[in-house]
Design a protein around this ligand. Sequence first.
Ligand SMILES: [Zn+2]
Length: 562
Amino acid sequence: MINHHHLDLPSPPKLPKGGLRVTPLGGLGEIGRNMTVFEHQGKLLIVDCGVLFPEDNQPGINVILPDFSSIRHRLNDIVAIVLTHGHEDHIGGVPHLIKERKNIPVVGSKLTLAFVGAKFQEERLSPPVVEVVAGEKRSFGPFDLEFVAVNHSIPDGLAIAIRTEAGLVLHTGDFKMDQFPLDKRITDLGAFARLAEEGVDLFLTDSTNAEVPGFTTSEEDIRPAIDAVFRTSPRRIVVSSFASHVHRIQQVLDAAVKNDRKVAFVGRSMVRNMGIASDLGYLNVPKGLVVDLKTLEKLPDDKMVLVCTGSQGEPMAALSRMANREHIIEIGDGDTVLLASSLIPGNENAIYRVINGLIRWGANVVHKGNAKVHVSGHASAGELVYCYNIVKPKNVMPVHGEWRHLTANAELAVRTGVPEDRVIIAEDGVVVDLVNGRASIVGKVKADLVFVDGMSIGVASEEALSDRRMLAEDGAITILGILDTKTGLLAEPIEFFARGFAHDDEWIRGATKAIDDAMVAANQSKRVDGAALELLLTRTMNRWMQRKYRRTPVITSIVVDA
Ligand SMILES: [Zn+2]
């Protein structure tokens, strides 16, 4: 396989006339914040603009955005943002980009636009929106687009075919090939085959499940397990899932009807999204089935179903609060909690903490580890191979995945006969040009992690996060010194203020001595002013802490004149 690492790539040359440039700014080398920029004839087309959720080693971070810095000086060249589907890792960053240029047209299917529209409303943004349906063709600047139905774990997903002078590109978005989806809307392999006849020059395809052999199970196949939970649960049922998984929630609603239970949605995103989905006809809610939480609470336990978020162990979500008995619903003996969702890598500890908490209160917890209550939303290796054989792409660029997923997907392409040198493994920021029917890596642009901390961008940098990790590991010590400017000596003994580090006399005595020694040594060579003394105190303390305790607390020294 070619180009396995991209450490020394230069910035890209000028795009040759008639060529198409593809620059992934997120989602390649990671799962999340998907964003791809297409450039042709001086114009830019953006496919998806999502967020990535932080990990444990990124304390205080709400979400992580793609880095817009490589397109920031060209915002006026953007002809549209096209959205493949309504998941957060594909739409969550759109409001942030719209804030930079308020009138970029946003293109997507009805449900996708409704989900992103709710975000625009919250942020008081109103970009022009263009609703499209599968099968439709639309042009934006020099990009002629065609939208193709794909099946995924959210309704109304689209693959995007992009025609330019440089050739035909097919971007699958997230997809799978469930042949029995609840909404009967299957991935349009007929359209894939028709595009193949025309000749697909570059195929960008979902790598998330490329390592998983065989075929992704149908959504329909988990119905028996969900039914069993509803049939056998003696008391309350709490279901946790993603707030966008309309089909999964539909299965829960169907089971509730069958078992004569009422349902309440809990949590802002769940209430909002299910309201949107039922208003638009994507979720079938029989009259009287869904009630508010207050009404639900008055019902007998065996008539209740709560549907909430928090299946990934998010600390503020309803499920975590139930596990900690911080929620008005007090989980107890005989209650059943159904986690009808995936277990996203990195969230394992948080999820098991919640599961343990719930079991401790007496709940029966049903999850994908002990029952067949979840299927993936992504095509497995078998489906991907089918796609390669149908699409017969001239060049392939795996998208959506960490290195292991991208590589597994690339290997599948090669096994179906795509020449190795036509399979491009790129990561975020790597620039790929399609020129004369051939795709190749030509350079790299900046594609850093952009942290959103609370409400603001830029408050947290990599450096700030490193400080936060140090604070968490080793605490902080502030040193206060009062300087006698006449003598260059301390007017009073040094004072220490420690956080996350026990305030104990023994280390304070040792540290004071180390600082005194350092000051004597410094004074022998030259006079000490306030700034120099601050530096001396910090350095001495750092060295002493490291030697004595093998610790690196964040040290701040303040010296004031007497
Ligand atoms: Zn998705």
